[in-house]
Design a protein around this ligand. Structure first.
Ligand code: F6R
Length: 607
């Protein structure tokens, strides 16, 4: 949510910043801006809209080898030019970009006003730059000006700050991610690791409270208490460099079709076929923890939450212990009871979702052991948990999550077999699951060879007032995921229900021609799901049916889409794929921006 990119070096800063912004745009695209220091002055260029809009207002050349850039997802203050970052101090000597929320900005605003300074916009960020300006004008050094201002501020920030009279870039982190990239004679700062991979593999993940003072060839880091720290340099994973669009028309298209390969990465080396068990080294799960755990709790938001719901069901099936999924944003506020013996799993693609971070902190505070199920290596959740499993999807750049969902499900399946084998799961059953899981990438590929009548489904959905998605058991979260995808991309109101609940309310929505998407793989619940299908049809609904190949129920759908057969416990890995394609194609048909749906952002770093 909001992307920050900064550069100090010897190259022309503008192209480096614009490229950085382009790669960060998925974090927010309400407005964008850059500030570039040429040694004498700082020039600012900004615009409402996407990076593309910024490029159209930029002069062909802007001199300067140091600068900051921002792509905004609006929180405080509307989507307007004046609210667009970078913001400048009253005397123009400091320029700043901010990601996060300053909770006490009203009282800070009064303080700024008391100095006779008027804010030009409505953002919470602007007060920070004025306070720094006041400190600097009073004789503070840039570092002191930043430290004293942040001492007054409450809330979250990732900050990158330029000073007119100083050859330095200062960055600060508290709750909003910032990563420093170390080049030769140049330094970078970014909200996400992948824009850095084009320039350097050597990165430093800033921690909450850290301040970094960057020059072209040095990096000084201090904690919020002013203690110097030795930054830990980490080498970026190779996969971060694979984040270009290539020949694909959209990132979402690319990422849907990358799923078989991503799945292979997730599974490789993590299963013991002989023992019929998972082998998740990073979980560092002692035998006694697994045997004694009274229950498992899973947490996540949106798509991650639906993957967690599937994980929950698989854990109960395989390990026969209670498992419950929580929506992260609700968890902390409900003063949860934490059992130190239980296993908590925080599921997140970005590893930066503020709601999930808060939940992790709450669990840790109360003595619980929490494991990350995360994609982005080195992200906040991964580091906070310090143990867990990386899902290894590779960079996911489309705002709508696809390959992270299937890899979360795969990682949780492996976890369920590992936990299950310490309890009730037999070796034979464990082997059976693992063998089927290993076949899943291949089965996905064979589905892509014949994806079925997606266009016919689009024709039914594109003009719909609303769409109902139904599924039972493991297919209920798949239905929710399909509804979320279509809603967020095509802006069609979608409702997802466990099929059995349909008759308790949502059926009232159905009228002649209402589209209903039904996920009905060949499991023990299929017949019951079919009853819901008949109830819908009796009210004139048009059915889009996702079923398994060779199943005679194909004739029950107005549009029927077959996926390859797989073990009944693994069907979500396949049934979700046509739903992703349906959402993608419907959005395209309606002329929507599939990779950058309105009002959304990839990493939701505010609560
Ligand atoms: C939907 C989507 C969101 C995310 C949610 C959690 O397509 O992408 O619902 O799943 O914001 O994000 P992560 O997984 O990064 O915690």
């Amino acid at each position: 949510m909001c992307g920050i990119f900064g550069y100090i070096g010897t190259r022309s800063a503008l192209p480096v910043l614009v490229e950085g912004l382009r790669r960060l745009e998925y974090r927010g695209y309400d407005s964008t801006g850059v500030a570039i220091h040429d040694g004498d002055q700082i020039s600012v260029h900004k615009t409402v809209g996407k990076v593309q809009n910024l490029q159209s207002v930029l002069p062909s050349e802007v001199p300067g080898t140091m600068g900051i850039a921002h792509t905004r997802w609006a929180t405080h203050g509307g989507v307007t030019f004046v609210n667009t970052h970078p913001h400048a101090s009253h005397d123009g000597k400091i320029h700043l970009v901010h990601n996060g929320i300053i909770e006490n900005f009203r009282s800070l605003h009064r303080r700024v006003k008391a100095h006779g300074i008027e804010c030009v916009g409505e953002t919470d960020s602007e007060v920070l730059v004025h306070l720094m300006g006041i400190e600097l004008a009073g004789g503070a050094t840039p570092q002191e000006a930043v430290e004293r201002t942040l001492h007054l501020a409450r809330g979250t920030w990732g900050l990158s700050i330029l000073f007119l009279d100083h050859d330095v870039l200062i960055c600060a982190r508290n709750g909003s991610p910032l990563i420093i990239g170390q080049g030769d004679g140049e330094m970078f700062v970014s909200s996400d690791p992948h824009p850095l991979s084009a320039h350097t593999q050597r990165v430093v993940y800033m921690e909450d409270g850290d301040l970094a003072i960057l020059t072209r060839d040095s990096m000084k880091m201090v904690t919020h208490k002013g203690h110097s720290i030795d930054p830990t340099v980490t080498v970026l994973e190779d996969s971060w460099s694979e984040s270009d669009l290539g020949d694909s028309p959209h990132f979402m298209h690319k990422e849907i079709y990358e799923q078989p390969e991503a799945l292979r990465h997730c599974i490789a080396g993590r299963v013991d076929r002989e023992m019929g068990s998972g082998r998740l080294g990073g979980m560092r799960l002692g035998h006694s923890t697994m045997v004694q755990a009274p229950h498992v709790r899973l947490l996540g938001c949106g798509t991650a939450n639906f993957a967690a719901e599937i994980g929950q069901m698989l854990i109960e099936k395989m390990a026969r212990i209670p498992a419950v999924t929580h929506i992260s944003s609700e968890f902390r506020n409900n003063d949860p009871v934490i059992n130190p013996k239980a296993i908590y799993l925080a599921v997140s693609q970005s590893g930066e979702t503020a709601d999930t971070i808060s939940a992790v902190k709450e669990i840790k505070l109360k003595g619980g052991q929490v494991f990350g199920v995360v994609n982005v290596v080195g992200s906040t959740i991964a580091r906070l948990c310090g143990q867990g499993v990386y899902i290894h999807s590779g960079p996911e750049q489309s705002v709508a999550s696809t390959k992270a969902f299937t890899n979360m499900v795969a990682a949780l399946t492996i976890f369920a077999t590992q936990l299950g084998r310490t309890r009730h799961l037999s070796k034979a059953k464990g082997r059976e699951i693992i063998e089927h899981l290993q076949q899943a990438p291949h089965l996905m590929e064979s589905y892509f060879e014949n994806p079925g009548p997606i266009d016919e489904a689009v024709a039914l959905l594109a003009e719909a007032k609303s769409v109902l998605f139904l599924g039972r058991g493991l297919s209920a979260p798949v239905a929710k995921e399909g509804a979320l995808k279509l809603m967020e991309l095509a802006y069609i109101p979608c409702l997802a229900y466990p099929a059995g609940e349909m008759k308790h309310g949502p059926i009232a929505l159905l009228e002649e021609g209402s589209p209903v998407v039904i996920v009905a793989p060949n499991d023990h619940l299929k017949e019951k799901t079919l009853s819901a299908l008949h109830e819908c049809r009796a009210r004139g609904a048009k059915i889009i049916l996702i079923h398994e190949e060779g199943d005679t129920i194909a004739s029950e759908g107005d549009v029927s889409i077959a996926v390859p057969r797989i073990h009944p416990w693994l069907t979500p890995l396949l049934t979700v794929v046509p739903l992703q394609l349906i959402a993608y194609s419907t959005a395209l048909h309606l002329g929507k921006d599939v990779d950058r749906p309105r009002n959304l952002a990839k990493s939701v770093t505010v609560e």
